[in-house]
Design a protein around this ligand. Structure first.
Ligand SMILES: C[S@@+](CC[C@H](N)C(=O)[O-])C[C@H]1O[C@@H](n2cnc3c(N)ncnc32)[C@H](O)[C@@H]1O
Length: 206
């Protein structure tokens, strides 16, 4: 991926979220499903450091901090507009600008993170499989990448599925290739109709 393609993505995100960031949480709560399941899973486990990639307004980090106040939190965000907003909303987290495919996850909290969370971010990333591999290589031993996002909608009738897919495409969102991710994950589950999917991935050799 060229630097200019990445900068185009950044410019798109800044235009998009520059306008919508203030109403983002209110408008997304009814259709970014599965995030509560991912948070419930995370708080059941033992970890000390977590980085969210594409934290947006920091909504998930705030929820996690409420339940696990002693953990250390970080975020990597490609949109300058969202990053500026999130820095105010999650002052407890170390937030940096970066891209999922290239960010140095080990420098954010001073060590390799125990958990890396992608919540409705991987479907916006230009090279999702490369980003996933990049993050798995930077996990602490015994760590996990947790992904929750739009599924492949395979339980939907074809006309509404294609309509919804083209609606998402206008916002540069491409539902995840579920079967490919299933083959890489050590655990997965899906919401009704495969509207949403959640995957857990183990570390790869750095
Ligand atoms: C749909 S929002 C989800 C926000 C948040 N995770 C949530 O659950 O509300 C996707 C976020 O990912 C960010 N994003 C998109 N592409 C990215 C990339 N390549 N690297 C890092 N962040 C990215 C966007 O700027 C946005 O903040």
């Amino acid at each position: 991926m060229s630097d200019s393609a990445r900068e185009d993505h950044r410019a798109f995100l800044n235009r998009y979220y520059g306008v919508s960031r203030r109403i983002y949480d209110l408008t997304r709560r009814y259709f970014l499903l599965g995030r509560e399941a991912a948070i419930a899973h995370l708080v059941e486990e033992q970890w000390e450091t977590l980085i969210e990639v594409g934290p947006g307004t920091g909504r998930n980090l705030r929820k996690l901090k409420n339940k696990r106040p002693n953990a250390s939190y970080g975020g990597v965000e490609a949109s300058d507009a969202m990053l500026e907003h999130a820095k105010i909303k999650v002052p407890f987290a170390r937030m940096v600008h970066g891209f999922a495919e290239t960010a140095d996850m080990t420098s954010i909290l001073g060590k390799a993170p125990d958990r890396i969370l992608f919540a409705y971010c991987l479907s916006m990333v230009q090279e999702p499989l490369a980003a996933l591999e990049h993050c798995r290589r930077q996990l602490a031993p015994g760590g996990e990448v947790v992904v929750v996002d739009f599924g492949d909608l395979s339980g939907w009738p074809s006309i509404p599925r294609e309509y919804f897919r083209s609606f998402l495409d206008t916002f540069h969102v491409r539902p995840l290739p579920s079967s490919e991710l299933e083959s890489l994950a050590f655990w997965h589950t899906h919401g009704r109709g495969q509207y949403w999917s959640m995957f857990r991935f183990s570390p790869l050799e750095p």
